[in-house]
Design a protein around this ligand. Structure first.
Ligand code: AMP
Length: 211
């Protein structure tokens, strides 16, 4: 199964991508996590994108397409794209790329969450300096560590400051929602109510995938 998961910042996209990828053995590509990893690792790519991420802007389409082509060209098996495509240009380039690779998308899941809930959630989430996971405070391990690697270097993400969050929400509306319309013309697009706790949302997602 090949899935695309979309949603504004704070919609639970990262959490549900992780749950779906584990539950269905899908190769998970989070472009945000990949870019943050490049910044943390001080690579050439990291140096190119650091300021862009900090400002809550989008990385140029040509750079993103080169990254995604490499990710998709990996071994077979199902995959899950999380955070890609983010612009109409990316969506319009992804459709022929997937046709060329003979990797059709089974479903595009788009999470919907009202802005007030997003702002509340973002104030509560943390980024693991060890493995790069972004998680909510109520999902930490019993010992208060990262639920994926157990690390304790947990901080507020640089781009989760209120100013930047407002900018990222505006970017999502202006650039990513139109990209979803492009995807919806080529693949099944399903909107999922992302309000409430993660278990309730996971159930709604499972319902959509089983329908
Ligand atoms: P995310 O973790 O998905 O919220 O992504 C964090 C940041 O990474 C975004 O605010 C962008 O700066 C950058 N980013 C992630 N995915 C993309 C993409 N597909 N196109 C452009 N920029 C991206």
């Amino acid at each position: 199964m090949n899935l695309i998961l979309a949603g504004p910042p704070g919609s639970g996209k990262g959490t549900h991508a992780e749950l779906l990828a584990q539950g269905r053995s899908l190769r998970h590509t989070s472009t945000g996590e990949l870019l943050r990893g490049a910044v943390a690792g001080g690579t050439d790519l990291g140096r190119q994108v650091e300021g862009i991420l900090e400002r809550g802007e989008l990385v140029p389409d040509n750079l993103m397409m080169a990254i995604i082509r490499d990710c998709l060209a990996g071994d077979g098996g199902g995959w899950l794209l999380d955070g890609f495509p983010r612009t109409v240009a990316q969506a319009e380039a992804l459709v022929p790329l997937l046709a060329e690779l003979n990797q059709p998308v089974d479903v595009v899941l788009a999470l919907k969450v009202p802005d007030d809930e997003i702002v509340r959630r973002l104030a509560e989430r943390l980024n693991c300096g060890g493995c790069g996971l972004v998680t909510a405070q109520d999902r930490l391990g019993a010992d208060g560590g990262c639920p994926r690697c157990g690390g304790r270097d947990l901080r507020v993400r640089a781009d989760d400051r209120e100013e930047t969050v407002r900018k990222r929400l505006a970017v999502y509306r202006a650039q990513t929602q139109p990209a979803l319309e492009v995807l919806g013309r080529c693949y099944p697009l399903r909107w999922v109510d992302g309000r409430g706790d993660a278990a309730a949302v996971a159930q709604r997602i499972a319902g959509v995938l089983e329908a």
